[in-house]
Write a protein of this length. Structure first.
Length: 202
């Protein structure tokens, strides 16, 4: 069977944020409230403990921004996240040599709004979201990677992870795989292009 090319989403394929189209002061207020002050609740959201509606209500209660407005903007922003088309085209080309798996630590909104809007299933053989799995990439020493490899009868030591998370990359390396930590879309592009060259793909 083909090895797996695991690709992360946030910070690797996309850099957009929730509620980014609100006025800047409101966006900053929400980002600080959620991702700095209430990080544990956000982690719970990404482990399937809260829905997007519940989290939006939580934000509305504590920021005094109307729920209806927050929800409207949340759905819009989750549905219009930007991924460079060239990155997806490179992944599509690599499917002849790799089983492509998008593996993301994310919320229910990813499956409900983001992935369908971007038609990501066209580019990936599988999409794995922590919200559904109720676990992160680093949990149980990367057990999720092993489970996915087993499901595809793939050799984890021949597989590759492209991710912006140092912890995820280190976890994957300990399993015997090759990991490329990235920080910018151009870096992701470079690694994908290098894989094409190494596989002698046009």
């Amino acid at each position: 069977m083909k090895p797996i090319l695991f690709v992360d989403f946030d910070g690797t394929l996309c850099h957009d944020r929730f509620w980014r189209t609100l006025p800047p002061e409101q966006t900053t207020k929400i980002q600080t409230f959620l991702f700095e002050t209430n990080r544990e609740r956000v982690n719970g959201w990404m482990r399937g403990e809260y829905t997007s509606e519940e989290m939006t209500a939580y934000v509305a209660e504590h920021t005094k921004i109307a729920y209806e407005k927050l929800w409207e903007v949340f759905v819009h922003d989750a549905s219009t996240m930007f991924v460079e088309e060239e990155l997806l085209s490179l992944i599509l080309k690599l499917r002849s040599k790799y089983t492509t798996v998008l593996i993301t630590v994310n919320m229910d909104s990813f499956d409900r709004f983001t992935s369908p809007a971007l038609n990501l299933s066209q580019y990936f053989d599988a999409i794995v979201n922590s919200f559904n799995e109720k676990r992160f990439k680093t949990d149980e020493e990367g057990a999720i990677f092993i489970d996915i490899a087993n499901a595809f009868a793939a050799d984890i030591t021949a597989s590759i992870l492209i991710d912006d998370s140092e912890a995820a990359c280190e976890t994957f390396k300990k399993l015997g795989g090759t990991a490329y930590q990235v920080g910018q879309p151009e870096t992701t592009k470079t690694h994908l292009e290098n894989l094409l060259i190494s596989e002698n793909l046009p």
